[in-house]
Design a protein around this ligand. Structure first.
Ligand SMILES: [Zn+2]
Length: 165
């Protein structure tokens, strides 16, 4: 786990416009900017799970070693994405306990903008899964109430179709 926990999202320009998705403003959302992105994680079948790293941070927060400013630092655009297109869960925010966390997915890949593509529907995700290009999907857990955020998991999407012999 990294010692530094204040890494948030950096915005490329102060006046970022509408992204090429046409719906959400672009965020310079790089994989290494996501909390937990450089942590050790458990990998199985192409999916990396960040729950252990997440729980370690929550544990530090509960012990008082981390404060809210340390863990509730989601970029405003990430919070907005969470409110607009986030996938609702029934899991209560571990920090404020005032709202359920939502999951926001971003896809990164060679033909996508550097800041990734914010996924707004399952259909869009399915489209990526059918592509011959391999893309990586980052799922981030965000609390729309207190801005708690942590990487939930990373998995790959798409790739050349498997050859059956
Ligand atoms: Zn919260």
């Amino acid at each position: 786990m990294t010692g530094r926990l204040s890494e948030g999202f950096t915005v490329l320009t102060p006046t970022h416009g509408v992204s090429d998705t046409g719906t959400l403003p672009a965020v310079s959302f790089r994989p290494e900017a996501i909390r937990g992105g450089r942590s050790t994680a458990r990998e199985s079948r192409g999916q990396v799970d960040y729950r252990l790293a997440r729980n370690a941070i929550i544990s530090e927060f509960r012990k008082g070693r981390l404060g809210r400013p340390d863990v509730c630092d989601a970029h405003p655009e990430l919070v907005r994405a969470a409110r607009q297109v986030g996938h609702r869960t029934t899991e209560e925010c571990p920090i404020c306990e005032q709202a359920d966390v939502v999951l926001v997915s971003y896809v990164f890949g060679p033909r996508l903008p550097a800041h990734g593509r914010c996924i707004t529907s399952r259909k869009e995700l399915a489209t990526f899964a059918r592509k011959a290009t391999v893309n990586t999907c980052y799922v981030v857990e965000v609390c729309p109430e207190c801005s708690w955020n942590h990487l939930a998991r990373i998995f790959t999407l798409g790739g050349p179709p498997a050859t059956s012999s």
